[in-house]
Design a protein around this ligand. Sequence first.
Ligand code: SF4
Length: 502
Amino acid sequence: MERRDFLKLALMSALAGGMAVDLQPATARGIPAAAFPGFPPEKCYQGPPAGVIRTALTDLFKVGPGPSSSHTIAPLRIANNFWTVLAGLPDEDLRRGAKIEARLFGSLSATGRGHRTDRAILAGLMGQQPETCDTRLMDELADPARKYAVAIRGVGFELSGATIIWDKHEHDYPYANTMIMWLLAADGAVICEREYYSTGGGFFAWKGQPADDRGEPAYPYGSMAGFREIVGASGKSLDEIMLANEKAIRRVSEREIYTHLDMVLTTMEEGVRLGLSEDGLLPAPFEFYRKAKQIYERSKAAGADERFMGQLSSYALAVSEGNAAGRLAVTAPTLGSAGTMPAIVYLMKNHLKFTRDAMRRGLLAAGLVGFLCKNNASVAGAEVGCQGEIGVAAAMAAAMLAHAAGAPLDVTEIAATIALEHHLGMTCDPVGGFVLLPCIERNAFGAVKAYNAWLIAKNEITARHWEDLDRVIAVMLETGRAMQPKFRETGKGGLATAMISC
Ligand code: SF4
C-alpha cells in the first residue's frame, strides 16, 4: 500500500471516530493510571531507557554457517579472533606454544555439540571466517578423533576434538555463554589467554576489551520514543536516519551500506530457493525430516487462503532447515530465528513485487527494531528465551514489511509492537540442543505472526493503539529475567526434556 493510501485510511478512520487526524508519529502511549484507581504508582511504566545505540547493521545482520548465531557464528568469530591474536604474538611466545585450548561454559557447553560449536571453533582456528567459510569443511570437522594441522606464522599446531573442553554449565562469569581460549606451553603454563563472551545474535566481546573507535551516530537515540522525536524534529524518514547513522558510526559510504544490505537480501532469498529444493533427513541423532519442499508443493495446489499461509510457512521452513544443515544464513536477529525474515523478504519480492529500493528501506526498519531489542533487552535465547529470537525476528519482519510498503512510522512501530507482544513469555528449549525442534516450525509461526501484525497495524486507527515498542521490549526483558534457567537454552526443561522417552 502506498503512503498516500495510508494517509487516506488514517483520515477516514479519524473522521469516522470523530478524532483528531493522526498523521504524525505518536509521541506518548500507555493507559492513564486514572483508569485503574488505586494502582500503585511505583508499578507504573518508568519511561523509555536512556543511552545511545551505536550498533551497526553489519553487527546485526551477519552472514555465517548455521545452525546457531550464539553457538556457531560467535564461536567461529571468537576462534578466528584468537587466531589473529596468536598471529600477532612475539615470535618467542608463539614458538613456546604447544597447545591451543578452548574451554566452554554455560549453555555453550550444555548444547554446543548440537549447535556445531566444536566445528566452528576448529574452523575459526583454521582461519575461516563466517561469511566466506567452507560449509563442507565444517561438515568434515565432525570426527573428534581426527587431527588437523594448522600453521600460524609458520608455527605448527595440532587441532582435534581434544582442543575443546566442555566445562561447567553453571558458572559465575558475567555472560551465560562464556568461552576461554588459551595458548599453553608444553608444561601447561598459560602464554596467552582471552575470556570471551557470546552475547547473542553472533555478537561477541572479551574481558577488558577496549572501547572501539566507532563514530557517533548522526541522530542519537536510545529508544523508540527517542527515534520518534528525531523523526518529528528532523522531518527525515526512518530509513534516512538509519542510513545517516550507519554512515557516521562505521565511517562508510552509502554504497558500502547498500552492498551489505544487498548481500543480506540475496542470502535470504537464496536460502529460501535452496531450501525449497531439498528433501530428506537433517543432521541429528534422531530422525528429523525436512518438510518445506513438501508443504510448498502441496500448498500450490490448495485454495487461495491455504495456499498463501502454506507458502509463507514453507519459505520460513526452507531457510530454517538449511540453517540446521549448516548452510549459510543471516542472523536476523539470530540463526535460530534465521527463517522468519527471509520468508517475508521472499514474499515482498515474489508476491508483492516490491522494488529492491523498497526492500532495502524495509531492511533498515528491521534493523531499527533489532537494535532496540538488542540494546534494551536481549536477542539471546540463553538470556531471555525464544521471545528474544523468534519474537524479535517477527517484530523485525513486521516492521520491514510495513516500512517497505510505505507505511508511516506509527504503523511500522505498531506492526513491530504487535508481533513482539504476542511472543512474550516464549521459552527456549531446543531438544538435544539442536536447532530443529521446536525452532524450525517456530520460524514459520514467526513469519505468519509478522504478516498478521502488519495486517492489524495497517488497518487499525493508530491513535487507539495503547502499546508501544519500548514498553513491550521492557516487558520482554522483565519476562526473560523471571524465566527459570531451564527455559533459557540449557536443555534442562520444557520440550528439551518432555520429548525424550526413556
Ligand atoms: S527455541 Fe527459539 S530461542 Fe531457542 S534455539 Fe530455538 S529458535 Fe532459538
